[in-house]
Design a protein around this ligand. Structure first.
Ligand code: FAD
Length: 541
């Protein structure tokens, strides 16, 4: 069968939601195409397996950006999930929705229906919070969200106390009411296993006769007839194939691959497409523009008290914790790397938190692909304090390099290209120093390894930032929604401007970055997108 009602390209955080919801009634035939393979992989399901999948080409696109001028021309490594569940299968599992103002801002940018009160029901619909449902939290959705108190490292309490000592209040739930404060994160997990969207949404739908999932199927082009998307060409195990959609094609390939696929298919800046020999279907200058990402920095401390490094560095420690995990699904391997965190204002006069904090009771030296694996902790007692400014003002872009779909696009993050972004990184660095100087850490910190106490002036902080800062893996915005077809790619119903039968539903449609990690908002976009699609076919619009 090659004829469907809907074809979804990409089984990631948003795509799996769509596949489940659109096939639920049994009324529509749905095809889900995924470039990667099965997620039945120990390193995906075990939370700390993050360290393995981070550099694993069989499940990871492993992109590299172009050199970043403001980062001393360093290239950034950008992992993205290439497997069922997409990036939700390889991410760090922190569950954060963002602030109400993020979504009110989306609405105020000309996107009716995307304000906080309108998106909150979709966050709740997707969620099964282990603390139960209330006005903010969902209690019966597919994505299990777990409280980790039982296995948190004791230094998490030191981190919280240090926060309180520098006037950051303890916040026991970042996703209810106010985000502000310091505390511990919840994870997308259940019973010590990762809760990807493949597990949450595709597992329960896998027996539906009207849902077909094609893995290892790389979409190479969207097929058009008279300005309307009618199908998708894809390559699977060396064979070129086509499938057709009578209702719509929905691109959910993520913030890098969705604009890449649109450009390969003739939707994008006309001059760029022509220069690569691609026939222009629709001159859409915004495709690939408006790229935004969170940039973060860790401070590394040598500790006087044992950290997870002491439990996990030696092969004996790994073996013991591995056995413990296999037998009980408990212990440190059942948690993500970031156990503590927070949301704070880095300077007076701000109306809401602009900075996210991270506390990791394990330290590791990030290495370029193929070098030292992230999973091997440092051979001394150490921990990391980290921060990321949440509302960067720098904007990058990406562009196809070639009409060959197997050639990755050029990615220009354009990090730190505004003074405000540089200033906020410096403020964040000073904030980490202030936290580390709190009395609670006095008996804990032996020394600061990075950046080291020689770094004191704003100039020195900025140079350290240029040398060490890295992505927090939250690219968004490259097919952003908005009313103006000259800059935006999709409208508020996520329909691609200028063509028919085509939507984009994933993190690429965010007009601006949300305050925090982006998986929960991408799932919300999948839920809301599915509802919009189903209601337009229920009423025939
Ligand atoms: C290492 C890492 C750590 C992260 N940590 C966190 C965290 O702790 N908390 C959090 O909230 N967020 C985190 N994120 C971010 C979050 O996971 C993403 O923002 C979110 O998953 C994006 O969802 P998406 O649906 O837009 O894209 P994705 O989930 O990336 O899905 C896109 C899917 O499309 C497929 N695809 C792409 N091109 C094609 C094609 N041509 N044909 C067929 N299929 C295709 C891909 O293989 C992939 O499966 C992290 C991300 C990474 C990479």
């Amino acid at each position: 069968m090659t004829q469907y009602d809907f074809i979804i390209v990409g089984a990631g955080s948003a795509g799996c939601v769509l596949a489940n919801r659109l096939s639920a009634s049994g009324k529509f035939k749905v095809l889900l195409l995924e470039a990667g393979g099965s997620d039945l992989n120990f390193w995906i399901w075990m939370p700390i397996g993050y360290g393995k999948t981070f550099y694993k080409p069989s499940v990871n696109w492993m992109y590299e950006t172009e050199p970043n001028p403001e980062l001393n021309n360093r290239v950034s490594y950008w992992p993205r999930g290439k497997v069922m569940g997409g990036s939700s299968s390889i991410n760090a599992m922190v569950y954060v929705r963002g602030q109400p103002q993020d979504f009110d801002q989306w609405r105020d940018m000309g996107n009716p229906g995307w304000g906080w009160s309108e998106v909150l029901p979709y966050f709740k619909k997707s969620e099964c919070n282990d603390r139960g449902a209330d006005d903010f939290r969902g209690g019966s959705g597919p994505v299990h969200v777990a409280t980790l108190d039982k296995f948190l490292h004791p230094l998490c309490q030191t981190f919280i106390t240090a926060g309180e000592q520098v006037q950051i209040p303890h916040n026991p739930d970042f996703n209810a009411g106010s985000q502000e404060g310091i505390g511990t994160y919840q994870n997308t997990a259940k019973d010590g296993l990762r809760m990807s969207t493949a597990r949450a949404y595709i597992g329960p739908a896998s027996r539906r006769k009207n849902l077909r999932v094609e893995k290892n199927a790389l979409a190479t082009r969207i097929l058009f007839e008279d300005g309307r998307a009618v199908g998708v060409a894809y390559r699977q195990r060396g064979q070129d194939k086509q499938a057709f959609a009578s209702c719509e094609v929905i691109v959910s390939s993520g913030a890098i691959n969705s604009p890449h696929l649109l450009q390969l298919s003739g939707i994008g800046p006309a001059a760029l497409l022509k220069s690569k020999g691609i026939d222009v279907v629709c001159d859409s200058p915004g495709v690939g523009q408006n790229l935004q990402d969170h940039l973060g920095l860790d401070f590394l401390y040598r500790s006087r008290v044992p950290t997870l490094n002491d439990q996990l560095h030696s092969w004996r420690g790994k073996l013991w914790q591995g056995l413990r995990y296999v037998l009980t699904r408990g212990g440190p391997l059942s948690l993500g790397v970031n156990q503590g965190g927070g949301f704070v204002r880095s300077r007076p006069g701000l109306s809401r938190p602009n900075m996210q904090l991270f506390f990791s009771p394990v330290s590791y030296t990030k290495a370029p692909p193929g070098k030292r694996p992230l999973m091997n902790p440092d051979p001394f007692s150490g921990f990391l304090l980290g921060m990321q400014p949440m509302h960067p003002t720098s904007r990058g872009h990406l562009a196809i390099k070639s009409a060959d779909p197997s050639v990755p696009p050029e990615i220009h993050p354009n990090y730190l290209s505004t003074d405000l972004d540089k200033q906020e990184m410096i403020e964040g660095s000073k904030l980490l120093r202030k936290l580390a100087a709190a009395p609670a850490f006095a008996d804990v910190i032996e020394s600061e390894i990075s950046p080291g106490i020689d770094v004191q002036s704003d100039e020195a902080f900025l140079e350290d930032i240029r040398q060490r800062v890295g992505t927090v893996f939250h690219p968004i915005g490259t097919c952003h929604m908005g009313p103006d077809a000259r800059s935006a790619v999709v409208d508020a119903e996520l329909r691609v401007h200028g063509v028919g039968g085509l939507r984009v539903v994933d993190a690429s449609v965010f007009p601006t970055l949300t305050s925090g990690n982006t998986n929960a908002p991408a799932i919300m976009v999948g839920e809301k997108g599915a509802d919009m699609i189903l209601s337009s076919y229920a009423t025939g619009t």
